[in-house]
Design a protein around this ligand. Sequence first.
Ligand SMILES: Cc1cc2nc3c(=O)[nH]c(=O)nc-3n(C[C@H](O)[C@H](O)[C@H](O)COP(=O)(O)OP(=O)(O)OC[C@H]3O[C@@H](n4cnc5c(N)ncnc54)[C@H](O)[C@@H]3O)c2cc1C
Length: 442
Amino acid sequence: MIEQEHLGGVCLNKGCVPSKVFANAAKHLDEVKHLSSFGISAENLSFQIHQLVSYKEQTMQQLRAGVENLCKTNKIEVIHGRANFINEHRIGVEMEHRFELFEFKQAIISTGRSPILPNSLMGNPRIMTEQTIFNLNEVPEELVVYGTDYIALEAAFSYRKMGSKVSIVLNNRADFPFDHAINRELKRILKKEKIHVYREYQLKQVTPRGDRILLQLTKHDNQLTLAGTHLYVETNHQPNIDSLGIDQVGIQLSEAGFIAINQEMKTTIPSVFAIGDVTDGVASAVKAMKQGKVAAEIAAGLSSEVDLTMIPTVVHSIPPIAVVGLTEQAAEQQGYHVKTSQFGYVANSYATISNQTDGIAKVIKDADSDLLLGFHTIGAGAIELISTGVTALELVGRDEDLSFPLYPHPSFNETILEAIEGLTDKAIHIKPKNKPLDLANK
Ligand SMILES: Cc1cc2nc3c(=O)[nH]c(=O)nc-3n(C[C@H](O)[C@H](O)[C@H](O)COP(=O)(O)OP(=O)(O)OC[C@H]3O[C@@H](n4cnc5c(N)ncnc54)[C@H](O)[C@@H]3O)c2cc1C
């Protein structure tokens, strides 16, 4: 395995781990502030971001050591250096003052992708991308988040809970990218958090002025100037292939400029596979890990495949969001005879007990076949709950497959159960509709 920086890639060193350390700190801070109902006093509460930064570094070191150890115990030789292909069976590695050549029978490229920040925004440490937003050693006084993806939301909620004033500018979009029921609940929660959302604005110009950053925004003919001490920008990405020499080998790119692969993760050169962010599609460790396993199995002569249709999307916002499958709108567009049901956390006993009543669970099915099509949750525990949805969709489940089993009580799991039962008007914590139940026809 050839690595030019740290084992663990972006996920461990710049992405999943640092962002979730920050999101967890923010969640705990929020919980502590609401403990008075339980008779717990947090009067002298304080938060020191530098201690959180040390904890983040320590966590990353610990996880890196874990990866190193895994390599050792699996007899994987780790070569620290920058790799580039010489031909379809040779690769060169630059290691400080040395250059070494290695022969391979098969190779897997997983060099990832990088955010592209426009030149005009580069060089200012207070204008940040996804790879730097969780590197801060100070809590921003006023953070402007320009974006709608999960990283934008995680940054917005984390820093808000740590004390920043936060605004979100939806980058040219009318709404967040989720099912409209999730968007509605998310916006209600953002309003409660005093995070202002500016819809459909486009960023025209950014001007640093003293210790502030001025943003010129436009929406049709409207102009708006926003100011903040820090700016997060959601960007496009480019694959990390510049110095990889793939053109030397004849590896072709997709239309979007990422490495083109087939169902077996093979590039246009059969001895070379590519996986993860360097290939088309979403940037997700879930995808990268699955594709990595499948490529390794195929390279070893086993039959294997990957299907990313049921990939879960999760956001460690406060409360978290987790979704899988089709939104109501997408299901309608695909011609399904759509039936939906939604259950509010406010009617879930465990949410009331634990004082976490924000959120909803929504399920979508095809009314003709009863097949489940989508699960959408925002609320406490959503990230763990979504596995029920992923499994149900992967097993081509119907609503009765999820209403038949027993669910632990009291628990957040019951939000899924009641949303499912709501599809046949059987959820006992959803108010009956005006029409009397016609059980004979259910
Ligand atoms: C803030 C943030 C939060 C995220 N949170 C999540 C999350 O919660 N869940 C999730 O699923 N995903 C998350 N992601 C996305 C996830 O980090 C990526 O999808 C994942 O890391 C992709 O893995 P990869 O192996 O394809 O590439 P990378 O992780 O980018 O790894 C590529 C590696 O290749 C090395 N490399 C590149 N070129 C060369 C070369 N020429 N020679 C040698 N080495 C080279 C790099 O140093 C790097 O270590 C997050 C990303 C960010 C930025």
